[in-house]
Design a protein around this ligand. Structure first.
Ligand code: GTP
Ligand code: MG
Length: 138
């Protein structure tokens, strides 16, 4: 597929990095298909990250992701999922490559600035979680 889904997480929003992160994303060749400023309730954050519900960090993750505004977006580019995961870098910024978004903006393995879908299937599910037909340009 040529689409992925992203969220700029509450830590990056609080620290004023949203504009710089969107600049990195568009300069890397991703086009915006949909975008919104929103906020996840604890219930919605838990639903979004349900795959991690049995992990020890799940409750912390839900609290973190619901503590403030986020920007959610659907992005388009050839090989979108894999190329976007490369652009954002490893989950833990200590392991993220130089020049990646997480290397520059993430504070910790939890407060890591940005989300990127991990498969085409999840990109579709996650995009549909946030956006209806009328909120997309394509
Ligand atoms: P996402 O793009 O947000 O899905 O990150 P990821 O795919 O790189 O990592 P993963 O799906 O495994 O984990 C989801 C999110 O949970 C991470 O982005 C972190 O915010 C958080 N997280 C992952 N591992 C840990 C951990 O060991 N401790 C804590 N506190 N948080 C973690
Ligand atoms: Mg993930």
């Amino acid at each position: 597929s040529n689409r992925t889904f992203t969220m700029i997480k509450p830590d990056a929003m609080e620290n004023g990095h949203a504009g710089a992160i969107l600049d990195r994303i568009t300069k890397a060749g991703f086009k915006l298909v949909a975008m919104k400023l929103t906020r996840l309730s604890k219930e919605k954050a838990g639903e979004f990250y349900a795959v991690h519900k049995d992990k020890p960090f799940f409750q912390d993750l839900v609290n973190f992701m619901s503590r403030g505004p986020i920007i959610a977006a659907i992005l388009e580019k050839e090989n979108a999922v894999a190329d976007f995961r490369e652009l954002i870098g490893a989950t833990n910024p200590a392991n993220a490559a130089e020049g990646t978004i997480r290397k520059t903006f993430a504070k910790s393995i939890e407060e890591n600035a940005i989300h990127g879908s991990d498969s085409d299937e999840n990109a579709k599910i996650e995009g549909d979680f946030f956006f209806n037909h009328f909120e997309r340009v394509g």
